[in-house]
Design a protein around this ligand. Structure first.
Ligand code: SPD
Length: 363
């Protein structure tokens, strides 16, 4: 039903369903859910299509994952990247149809499913499925894993230059401190920025309480005066160059920066933080479902999953990959794990988050 929607129609449908878009970017889910019954997709074992188009986060794959797949399966891969769930959703919302595989975060899967934009996965051809660790299966955004294959998990924390910052920042409150004004960044990511300010005040990073969100907004606007910018992936180079000293950043991106600049360190703030699971999914408009399934089964091989985790610095949900990894990801201690909270769908609270994020960005 969503195929061929214009942006305006999509937004209109979203608002009808109780959804909203902030800054022309965030497509988020709440309100009435899809009506389509669960279904099976049977892709069978026939000849693969000769092409596969993947749309993934930047810096989020192994060094040879794509070329190894191309060589073994004789499929040409077109690989494109994005920097946020909002970018991904906006692209799909604008009617992009060329993608065979995408990599949304859990709460974005909720949105895609609500709009019936995902095709079910044929698990019968995923012979390597059993390598996945059970703790990453059956998450709330896809309880039966009908639509998603876990890819990587990560968390947001504070990356900083240990040679330039003293003491080490251990609180989200560092972004309110003028000492490092102009040398700090936060990601261009609504869920992470508002989430951190909620955590700072002791609330859930998924809160939809208007009073708590008003407090988070006030903190975020105050912190913004001290920021160089809201920036996501490019901040790695800025940390390496010393243009940025303190950044709210994801653990894997921090690990990537650290391979070039050993003084890049990482802290999980004492108030706690958010974690997430990103998963591969097949858009309903995919043109190469057999090749997509072949790729999914390929990345479920332990050695392939290990290569993806090693290169990106993010945690692998593949239990078989862990002993094969050559680089240990920046992994939380059990005590730090206890302070982490999964980012979940905001449902009816989405419109309020969108509005607050808009106000933060223009405030
Ligand atoms: N460079 C890849 C970063 C992937 C981050 N994905 C999840 C973001 C959740 N807010």
């Amino acid at each position: 039903m969503t195929k061929g929607w214009t942006r305006r129609e999509f937004i209109g449908q979203g608002l009808t369903a109780g959804m909203s878009l902030g800054m022309g970017a965030a497509l988020t889910a709440c309100g009435p859910r899809r009506t389509r019954e669960p279904e099976e997709q049977m892709v069978g074992v026939g000849a693969l299509e000769d092409e596969l188009t993947i749309y993934n986060w930047s810096d989020y794959i192994g060094a040879t994952t794509v070329s190894d797949f191309e060589n073994e399966f004789g499929v040409r891969v077109i690989y494109d990247t994005y920097e946020s769930n909002e970018d991904l959703l906006a692209k799909l919302q604008a009617g992009a149809r060329g993608y065979d595989l995408i990599c949304p975060t859990g709460y974005a899967v909720d949105v895609l499913r609500a709009f019936d934009l995902l095709a079910p996965i044929d698990r019968s051809v995923l012979t390597n499925w059993g390598n996945l660790s059970p703790e990453f299966l059956g998450r709330s955004f896809d309880p039966e894993n009908r639509y998603t294959v876990p890819w990587l998990w990560g968390l947001t924390g504070i990356a900083y230059r240990a040679d330039l910052v003293d003491p080490a920042p251990d609180s989200w409150g560092v972004f309110l401190d003028e000492t490092y004004r102009g040398k700090m960044t936060q990601p261009d990511d609504m869920r992470d920025v508002i989430g951190c300010w909620l955590k700072y005040r002791g609330y859930s990073g998924n809160s939809t309480d208007p009073g708590q969100l008003a407090q988070a907004k006030a903190d975020a606007i105050r912190a913004k005066q001290n920021l160089k910018s809201f920036v996501s992936a490019p901040v790695k180079d800025q940390l390496i160059a010393g243009d940025v000293w303190i950044a709210q950043l994801w653990n894997g991106d921090t690990a990537q920066a650290r391979t070039e600049e050993p003084d890049v360190s990482f802290e999980i703030p004492r108030e706690g933080s958010m974690m997430y699971l990103d998963s591969m999914a097949i858009p309903r408009s995919a043109r190469h479902p057999k090749a997509a399934h072949a790729f999914l089964n390929f990345i479920l091989r332990p050695e392939v999953a290990a290569g993806i985790s090693d290169r990106s610095g993010y945690g692998s949900p593949n239990a078989g990959a862990i002993p094969l990894q050559t680089r240990v990801a920046l992994t939380p201690t059990p005590e730090e794990f206890a302070r982490l909270e999964y980012q979940e769908d905001l449902a009816e609270g989405t419109a309020l988050w969108d509005r607050i994020w808009t106000e933060i960005k223009v405030g």
